[in-house]
Structures are given as structure tokens and as C-alpha cells.
Design a binder for this molecule. Structure first.
Ligand SMILES: *Cc1c(COP(=O)(O)O)cnc(C)c1O
Length: 470
């Protein structure tokens, strides 16, 4: 007790910490508020450690060093880049699609200057923010009209809220999807004040199930792409063409929530094909919605394409204002769509497709370049190994894509310790552990970070292992 009290008394005062040379220097360099705040946190941290029975170093020099360390940590962006070593190309927790350089530049330009967001230069008067991407989307998908909003969840709400408010929408029980992060088809319908009429069973839905459910209260038929799961075995659903035929015959719009919404056929990448937006439009969907940051490889957005009369009605809905897309996103989306105008540029310029089209030999070569940078780290053993990644983003859920990983093992630092330490670096590295090895997937790990990765691995393995420390 007495020892604790004595230690607590000896914790340096804030002023003393701030008077230490490095602290004073940082204060003089325009970091007064940050260093003062950090000095308080340092003193507080020492206090709690003493109260917890520890005996931290409490000299004024040590407290100042701690304060500067805390100041450095506080100054880091909370939202910051990470190394994606997971092999999941569209990793929702890691920001989904990486945008193209063209898209990033366009967003930066829109951010730093005044722009034509809602200004029509030709007419010299107010213009529409939705016009910037509409004709591009029509050109690329063959649709009559288009609208971009905040995300696909908002798009679906807007579609249902416009076309089916206070009326019924027929959906197959096999398509009542939940997407991570609380998008659930039944709840979205509730929010948009449309009544869900479930038809069929989990595994089988037939055309007559839809036919029988249609009443004078029915506003639309909804098809949802089961993007993140697959029902296998004794199953049957109603193909879009057939659903569209029922819709036409009964005078009802057919809405298709496509989820991922690729504009390019994934079969070209050796990946099981997802329906493309063009195919969905051709098959007769009146309205198709999809995300901007899944297989489109652009910014977060919800894109709606389809019949002009329906899109026009949506543009007038106040919900459109509440879910509207901002100028940075719009600029990035336009730049992304422009790349699709020249299909041969897709693999080169859109990171998602750069990664999906990367040959195994290239991943191997990349792995060897990383291993060369890791070669001199004492006690570290690296190996190039075969492994599998995923498309991610709720697309192609059942297919793993072959990839190559750099697998690391250290003589005294366990894989889970390595994993933790690398994750806590200023540039966090997110890898996987498999069979007692730490893995970085070469499809998704960005080469521009190789030097930093090597430094971080060197640092993480230079610290002693857990057994010796704890
Ligand atoms: C991902 C997805 C959504 C949600 O899209 P966000 O852009 O994340 O809002 C909705 N429906 C389906 C089928 C999806 O795959």
C-alpha cells in the first residue's frame, strides 16, 4: 500500500513532462495541444498501471518519452490504409473495392475545386447532379434511364418506396436474403412501407407460385440475387426471363436486386459467372439495382437502371434527396464508368480486375520479391505456397479462387503473436494463420507496401516471444 502511494506521488507533473527537451521541441513545432493532451494521458496511464500493481518507470524522461509515443499514436488517422493479406478481393471490413487511380484523382479534384455538380455550363443555370452518370450507365448497360444513390440498400428502399408504397411485392422464400451489416430483404420492405408476400419454399419456387400471389394489391415482382449463399440440391427458382414474362402479362414491374452487379462477365476470369447488369436488363427486368463498390470496382454507391417512367418517378421521391450521392462519390463513379467504355482497359485500370486477372506465375514472382525482402530476418522461414482466396463482397460465395501466399514461420515468435503484432503496426497488416504459419496472399497484398511489410516483420520478430516475456 505504502509503496503504491509513494509511486503515485512520484508520477511527474504535467508541466515537468512538457518541460522535457523533446516534448518542449514538439510543442514549439505546432503540436502544443496534442503534446499537452498526450502528457495527461501518459500520467494517467502511469497511475493506472501503478494502481494495477505494476512498477512502471516513472522518471520524468520516461514519462515524456511515453507522452511523445502517445502523441504520435493519437496523430494517426483512425481510418487509414491497411495491407490486405487475406486474399479476399472485395473485403467489406477493409473497405470493399479499391478504387482505380482515375477514380481517386477525380474525387480529389472534385474535392479541391468548385465543380459542375449541379451546374449546367451550356445553359448557364442549375443542372442535375444525376445527369453526370446517367448517360454513361445507359450506354454501358443498354438501359433507358439510370440513377445513382448512396448505396444499394438505399437503392432498394427507394425502388420499393416509389413503386410499391402501401402495396404488395411478391418475393420467393428462397430469396429473402440477409447481407452482412443488417441488410435484410424483409426489413428493407418494412421500412419502405411495402408489404412482403412470400411465395414458394426455401428450396423451390415455381412460376404458378407468383401467379397465384398476384392480386389487385400487387405493385411489383421482386427478384433478389442470392449473392452470398447458394441453395444446392433439390432446388428450383423462376428464371428472370420467365418472371419478366409474368410481369408483362400481368402489367407489373419486375425489380431485380442484383447485389454485386458486374458489368463484365466473370467467366473470363475463370470464375463462375455472376449475372451481369446487361444480362439482367436484356432478360427483361424493368428495374435493376446493384452496388458501386462490389464487382463494379468503384466507390460506395447504389445504382439503379431501367425503364424511364419508373426512374423518373424515383427522381421525384423525397427519399432520393435523403439518399443522394455526394460529389466525391459521383466523381469517382463517373471516372470508374468511363474505364468500362474501353473494355480492354478494365484489367489494367480497375484494381478489382487487376487482382482477379492476376496469373498464378505473377503471384509467384511477387511472392519471391517479398521473400527477398524478408530474407535477412533472423529466425524467419518463408515459403511460397499454394492457397485459395475469394472474390468476397457477397459475390460468388461458393467458389474459392486459387492463389499463392507467402507463408511465414518464426523460430521463437508464434504465428498468432506475429499476426497480432503486425495488425497493430501504423500500417496494419491483416494476414491469416493456417497450419501454424502466417500467410500473406499475393493477389491482394499491394507491392507498394513490401518494404514496410519487411520492416514490420523484422520489428515484430525482434521482440521476444510470449513465453519469455510473460
Ligand atoms: C450487397 C447487397 C446489398 C447491399 O448493398 P450495399 O451497397 O452494401 O448497400 C443488397 N442486396 C444484395 C443482393 C447484395 O448483394
Amino acid at each position: 500500500m505504502e509503496i503504491k502511494k509513494e509511486l503515485l506521488r512520484r508520477i511527474p507533473k504535467i508541466d515537468e513532462i512538457l518541460a522535457q527537451p523533446q516534448a518542449a521541441q514538439a510543442m514549439a513545432q505546432g503540436k502544443k495541444a496534442a503534446v499537452t493532451q498526450a502528457a495527461r494521458q501518459a500520467a494517467e496511464q502511469l497511475r493506472s498501471r501503478i494502481l494495477a500493481g505494476e512498477t512502471p518507470e516513472i522518471s520524468v524522461e520516461a514519462a515524456a518519452a511515453l507522452a511523445l509515443e502517445i502523441a504520435e499514436e493519437n496523430s494517426r488517422m483512425n481510418l487509414r490504409p491497411v495491407v490486405n493479406g487475406t486474399g479476399v478481393v472485395l473485403h467489406t471490413n477493409l473497405g470493399r473495392a479499391r478504387m482505380s487511380h482515375e477514380a481517386a484523382l477525380a474525387a480529389m479534384e472534385a474535392a479541391e475545386s468548385y465543380n459542375t455538380l449541379e451546374y449546367d455550363c451550356r445553359q448557364g443555370r442549375r443542372g442535375s447532379r444525376y445527369a453526370h452518370v446517367e448517360s454513361l450507365l445507359c450506354q454501358l448497360t443498354g438501359a433507358e434511364a439510370a440513377l445513382a444513390v448512396n448505396n444499394n440498400a438505399a437503392a432498394v428502399m427507394l425502388i420499393l418506396g416509389t413503386l410499391a408504397k402501401n402495396r404488395q411485392v411478391v418475393v420467393s422464400r428462397g430469396e429473402l436474403v440477409e447481407i452482412g451489416g443488417s441488410f435484410r430483404v424483409p426489413e428493407i420492405m418494412e421500412q419502405s412501407n411495402s408489404a412482403l408476400v412470400e411465395v414458394g419454399t426455401t428450396n423451390k419456387t415455381h412460376p404458378q407460385d407468383y401467379e397465384r400471389a398476384i392480386t389487385d394489391q400487387t405493385a411489383a415482382l421482386l427478384k433478389v440475387h442470392t449473392s452470398n449463399y447458394k441453395i444446392m440440391g433439390f432446388t428450383e427458382d423462376v428464371p428472370l426471363e420467365q418472371l419478366a414474362e409474368i410481369g408483362r402479362r400481368r402489367g407489373l414491374p419486375v425489380i431485380y436486386d442484383l447485389g454485386s452487379g458486374a458489368l463484365t462477365d466473370l467467366a473470363a476470369y475463370g470464375i463462375e459467372s455472376e449475372p451481369t447488369v446487361q444480362q439482367a436488363a436484356e432478360a427483361g427486368a424493368d428495374i435493376v439495382s446493384f452496388s458501386g463498390d462490389k464487382l463494379l470496382g468503384g466507390p460506395q454507391a447504389g445504382i439503379i437502371v431501367g425503364k424511364k417512367a419508373y426512374i423518373d418517378a424515383m427522381k421525384k421521391n423525397p427519399l432520393t434527396r435523403a439518399t443522394r450521392i455526394d460529389k466525391l462519390t459521383l466523381a469517382a463513379l463517373e471516372a470508374t464508368l468511363r474505364i468500362y467504355l474501353e473494355p480492354e482497359q478494365i484489367n489494367e485500370k480497375i484494381p478489382t480486375y487487376q487482382m482477379l486477372s492476376m496469373p498464378l506465375e505473377e503471384m509467384e514472382a511477387k511472392g519471391r520479391r517479398l521473400m527477398a525482402k524478408l530474407a535477412d530476418i533472423p529466425g524467419l522461414h518463408c515459403q511460397l505456397a499454394e492457397d485459395e482466396g475469394q472474390v468476397g463482397g457477397g459475390s460468388v460465395p461458393t467458389q474459392m479462387i486459387p492463389s499463392r501466399v507467402v507463408a511465414m514461420r518464426h523460430e521463437s515468435v508464434a504465428p498468432d503473436q506475429l499476426e497480432t503484432r503486425l495488425r497493430l503496426e501504423p500500417l496494419p497488416i491483416v494476414g491469416r494463420i493456417s497450419k501454424d504459419r502466417y500467410l500473406l496472399d499475393m493477389r491482394t497484398t499491394q507491392e507498394e507496401y513490401f518494404d514496410t511489410i519487411a520492416q514490420s516483420v523484422a520489428k515484430a520478430t525482434a521482440q521476444r516471444g510470449r513465453e519469455e516475456r510473460e
